[in-house]
Write a protein that binds this ligand. Structure first.
Ligand SMILES: Cc1cc2nc3c(=O)[nH]c(=O)nc-3n(C[C@H](O)[C@H](O)[C@H](O)COP(=O)(O)O)c2cc1C
Length: 195
């Protein structure tokens, strides 16, 4: 299969494949391309027009600072952490030419349920990935420990916000491989109305 086949919109959707974040290298999107990706990401179903998401770009020249902050936060939470675990945090911070931290930024005073706002965050993140792939790059959506750390969240947002994901974007340095996909009949059924 040719992955991320941009011949038609349908072929792109049908062949979309993430890359491994650690395999993403230059070139990544330039400033104008990234802005366009983010604009596409915001064109997302959003009940109540609340924009319950935010996108924080972490440029290359801020990656040392991110690595230091992640290592410090990890060490503070896990004082017994070994060198390998800390190196993993450091490496995570340096993946890919482009990194966008997607935040769930719910409007808690709204009558729109939090659940619906969180669904919109997932949709916006997926749209960001689709935009990246449509522009000829590959993306990878990761969470992991950092996404659930309040100390890491505090780097990017307020206490009411959550990290929905770290979206790494760049060019895959190796061929993408398919991963198992669900058997459609296990996840799709027809409700006939019979009770
Ligand atoms: C909310 C969320 C968090 C994820 N976090 C991780 C992660 O931490 N590590 C990982 O290997 N994959 C993670 N994934 C999965 C990858 O982003 C990716 O979707 C998966 O490898 C399947 O590839 P595909 O996008 O080509 O279908 C996450 C996916 C979602 C939706």
């Amino acid at each position: 299969m040719t992955f991320n086949d941009r011949t038609t919109p349908l072929s792109l959707l049908a062949t979309r494949r993430s890359a491994k974040a650690r395999d993403l290298v230059a070139p990544g999107p330039d400033e104008a391309e990234l802005r366009q990706m983010l604009e596409i990401a915001t064109r997302t179903p959003d009940h109540g027009k609340l924009a319950p998401w935010r996108f924080v770009v972490v440029p290359q020249d801020a990656r040392d600072a991110l690595a230091a902050a992640l290592v410090e936060a990890y060490r503070a939470e896990k004082p017994g952490a070994g060198r390998m675990e800390l190196d993993t945090m450091d490496q995570f911070s340096r993946y890919a030419p482009t990194l966008v931290v997607v935040l769930a930024s719910p409007k808690l005073a709204s009558k729109i349920p939090l659940w619906e706002q969180e669904l919109s965050v997932g949709a916006a993140t997926m749209n960001l990935e689709h935009a990246a792939h449509a522009m000829g790059y590959a993306a990878c959506w990761l969470t992991g420990w950092a996404a659930f750390s309040d100390a890491v969240r505090d780097l990017f947002g307020a206490a009411s916000e959550r990290i929905a994901g770290f979206v790494f974007i760049g060019t895959p340095s190796r061929e993408l491989e398919e991963r198992p996909r669900p058997d459609l009949d296990r996840v799709v059924s027809t409700w006939t109305g019979a009770v």
